[in-house]
Design a protein around this ligand. Structure first.
Ligand code: URA
Length: 248
């Protein structure tokens, strides 16, 4: 019988990788840190601090909804703030909302989002329990054009504040636009892969955008390598600690 992980990998189009993985030594293929669907983050030790953090998240969310710092507010349906638990170790960052995200107010809910969810599930991550997902831009650029530098400059402080509240242990940038803007570089995505970068103090790993992978399925294998790499970086960082992606 297929395991759940194998089903996700098959959904990614990398089912043949599974067969070869059977001969990879355990040390080279660390076990998937499976998230228990019923698992929940431990309650904060200090309820007053937890309430303060919750209030900050809400204030930030409202600020994003009311933001008029760039002209994108004139064409968006709504700001797309982010999704996921506000206490977790993983943060995935994309480029900007598309049409479906603009309509529904949640990042990565279109076709690319379904692939992203499958990719994340293959390494034990789920937006409902242990990974937060946000974009560099909170407003949709018309026609899904690339973000302009001044739009990124206006919007990035919101992401930085999200990062300050979440304090993720690891960040995964999906796609060239997210990676280059977060790292302040124009180095091509292919050369940013396979290394641990930093955004502030936080380790950051780079992979392909799921929309690109839908157009270029042959590169799904490389994306799977990136995901395994990110997972091993995370597992090394959390050795001896729970590694289900929840904040202990
Ligand atoms: N692409 C992105 O980069 N982000 C989304 O939220 C949707 C598509």
């Amino acid at each position: 019988m297929q395991t759940r992980r194998e089903q996700y990998l098959e959904a990614l189009g990398i089912d043949r990788w599974v067969a070869r993985a059977a001969v990879v030594p355990a040390a080279a293929a660390p076990a998937v840190a499976a998230a228990s669907p019923s698992a929940r983050p431990a309650p904060a030790a200090d309820p007053a601090a937890a309430a303060d953090t919750a209030a900050r998240w809400e204030a930030l969310r409202q600020e994003v909804q009311g933001c008029t710092k760039c002209p994108l507010h004139l064409t968006r349906t709504q700001g797309v703030f982010g999704v996921g638990p506000t206490r977790c170790d993983w943060l995935v960052i994309g480029e900007a909302p598309g049409a479906e995200e603009d309509r529904r107010g949640e990042p990565f809910v279109g076709a690319a989002g379904q692939l992203l969810d499958a990719m994340l599930r293959a390494i034990g991550l789920d937006r409902a329990t242990n990974v937060y997902i946000a974009n560099v831009l909170k407003s949709r650029p018309p026609g899904n054009r690339d973000p302009k530098p001044e739009e990124v400059a206006a919007c990035l402080p919101y992401l930085e504040r999200q990062i300050g509240l979440l304090k993720p242990k690891i960040m995964l940038a999906v796609g060239r636009i997210a990676a280059q803007n977060l790292l302040g570089t124009d180095v091509p995505l292919g050369r940013l892969r396979g290394r641990v970068h930093r955004f502030g103090d936080t380790p950051l790993v780079v992979t392909y955008h799921p929309a690109y992978l839908l157009r270029t399925p042959a590169d799904k294998r490389k994306a799977w390598e990136d995901l395994k790499f990110a997972r091993s970086v995370y597992q090394q960082m959390t050795q001896g600690q729970p590694t289900d992606g929840h904040r202990a």
